[in-house]
Design a protein around this ligand. Sequence first.
Ligand SMILES: Nc1nc2c(ncn2[C@@H]2O[C@H](COP(=O)(O)OP(=O)(O)OP(=O)(O)O)[C@@H](O)[C@H]2O)c(=O)[nH]1
Ligand SMILES: [Mg+2]
Length: 289
Amino acid sequence: MGFFSKLASFFKGYTEIDEDFYEELEETLVMGDLGIATTERLLEDLRKKVKERKIGDPSECRELLKDSMKEMLRSVRSDDMYDFENGKSVVLVVGVNGVGKTTTVGKLAAIYKAEGKKVLLSAADTFRAAAIEQLDIWAERAGVDIINGVEGGDPGSVIYDSIQASKARGVDMLICDTAGRLHNKKNLMNELKKINTIIETGYSEAKKETLVVVDGTTGQNALSQAKEFLEVTNVTGLVLTKLDGSAKGGIAVSIQNELGIPVKYIGLGEKLTDLEKFDPDKFVDSLFA
Ligand SMILES: Nc1nc2c(ncn2[C@@H]2O[C@H](COP(=O)(O)OP(=O)(O)OP(=O)(O)O)[C@@H](O)[C@H]2O)c(=O)[nH]1
Ligand SMILES: [Mg+2]
């Protein structure tokens, strides 16, 4: 059951749309991880619709609110947002430690492989012990090849080797796992810049997709994390993981509204098949179901 399902009884508890109604609604939306800015935008939208359409019955607001959320989510999406999945592409997967990057790389590999694409994984997290073995296991599960570096080695050179291998083997999707933690945050961001340069100069003919992975159970923290990556790299999409562990889900709406970047995939579990493309209508319906 979605967090906003409780709104059904909430709407029934009011006989008219007054300031108390808006105030309580605002509290509920903020509690559902929508954040202040997005909540205010949604309420503004709702007030406008209520006024324009001369709505007096609070229960009608439920559908209006759902529509506003759907419109909000659609507005950050474009017809070509999945274009990188067709043709030669590099998918760079970034995010802070523990959010689900490596798992997402494995799941993406399985999806693309099932679509008949030639997939190669790049184990560019050379920092954390056992990160390479972890990705190796995912490569095996998905049935795809992997280019490994050595622990403590230079991530840039793993990326470089992976690009050469992609060209030589006619790879469609090169998916790169990266470290979530280096000695400090500045190091992490500098490393990402280096990796970007290597991809841009070494594989300029490929489409480039940079996915920031955030953990859906961390609420508004996910938003501030994603913002830091936006400052150093050209983020083209978000992946929201662990939604199976959170009933709230409002973060999916607020993060897209506030960053203007679409969530392209959602993680719904720890298994290979637990990754889906984000569907705004389906998602909003499930929040209210
Ligand atoms: N329930 C659930 N767990 C997930 C999901 N995605 C990842 N996980 C779990 O989250 C934990 C961390 O996942 P990783 O893929 O190792 O995360 P990471 O970002 O690569 O971590 P670092 O490499 O340490 O930065 C693991 O226990 C995963 O099984 C998801 O969608 N749902
Ligand atoms: Mg990892």
